[in-house]
Design a binder for this molecule. Structure first.
Ligand SMILES: [Zn+2]
Length: 305
């Protein structure tokens, strides 16, 4: 009995130590699932926050396995931010393992950043993963459109002001500065992509659609017959016909899918393979949000010009 009480007491002390705002130089501790949203949190939080991300950009975000250190960092976090929908299907088990109720879905320190985003490909009718589809709530790769990053910045700013009101003015000034730099870039990217408007690409996974939407190009055919299902010989034959008939000049893919089938198809239809980063740090020269879009947009514009 004594041991039990003592253990509970010690756990209580431990949890107070871990969650106290005075912990670690009183900076707000933020855990983000992706490197992209971690960078956004740093842009708005600057010296008031300490940000960690979970998923390495070198791996497919849908299938990350959080490590014990991710659980520990999440247990210490004051705020947990993530993409939502089906992108990080591993979020709920992680939050449960961390065991901090405020960070659970719907909790006051949990932010689903998909709030307010105009989603593409929201399915009508029954939602089902039975056929292997991993986009059952609509396409979750919305962070590939810089106009969506502006919306997410607003969502994050509101939450930061709410949970750390002492620094609200700083967060607001930082967000204003970031959004004005982003808006300037957006105008430049629109001008850059003008010559490729209306063109079409094939993508490996349905993760290029929001970027295509921003660039005014089409991305409606994918090597995966359904999101999460690897290409089949029959589907590749269809894409070869489709690519030739529609004069497709580029196939977009991130680094972590198998290159073999993409290169073979590209050769048969005489298209270029364009490596497009899905998250910050996946490719050299994609070290923050603005350089990430700079890199991706110039790659795609170059390939289709
Ligand atoms: Zn996906």
């Amino acid at each position: 009995m004594f041991h039990k009480i003592r253990t509970l007491f010690l756990l209580g002390v431990l949890s107070i130590t871990l969650t106290s705002p005075l912990h670690a130089e009183a900076k707000l501790q933020i855990v983000a699932t992706t490197t992209t949203f971690a960078d956004l949190a740093r842009q708005i939080g600057r010296d008031k926050v300490n940000v960690k991300s979970i998923a390495s950009p070198k791996f497919n975000i849908h299938f990350i396995q959080p490590r014990p250190s991710d659980v520990r960092n999440t247990a210490r976090a004051d705020l947990f931010i993530f993409t939502g929908l089906d992108l990080e299907a591993w979020v709920d088990p992680l939050l449960e393992a961390a065991g901090k109720a405020d960070l659970f879905r719907g909790g006051p320190r949990n932010v689903d950043l998909s709030l307010g985003i105009r989603l593409l490909k929201v399915p009508r009718g029954n939602l089902s993963r039975a056929s292997g589809d991993i986009h059952v709530f609509g396409n979750p790769h919305y962070a590939m459109n810089p106009e969506n990053i502006r919306i997410v910045a607003g969502t994050l700013l509101l939450k930061l002001k709410e949970i750390d009101s002492a620094n609200a003015h700083d967060y607001e000034a930082n967000a204003r500065d970031f959004i004005s730099r982003l808006d300037q870039k957006i105008a430049g990217w629109k001008a850059l992509s003008d010559p490729i408007r209306g063109k079409e690409v094939i993508s490996y996974h349905d993760d290029f659609e929001y970027m295509a939407d921003f660039l005014g190009i089409k991305a409606e055919q994918f090597l995966e017959p359904k999101p999460g299902i690897p290409p089949t010989p029959k589907h590749l034959q269809f894409l070869e016909r489709y690519g030739k008939e529609n004069h497709i000049r580029a196939i977009a893919m991130p680094t972590y899918y198998p290159k073999g089938p993409v290169e073979a198809l590209a050769k048969r239809i005489d298209a270029k393979v364009v490596m497009i980063a899905q998250h910050i740090g996946e490719l050299p020269g994609t070290d923050d949000i603005l350089s990430f879009f700079d890199y991706n947009f110039s790659q795609m514009t170059e390939a289709l010009r």
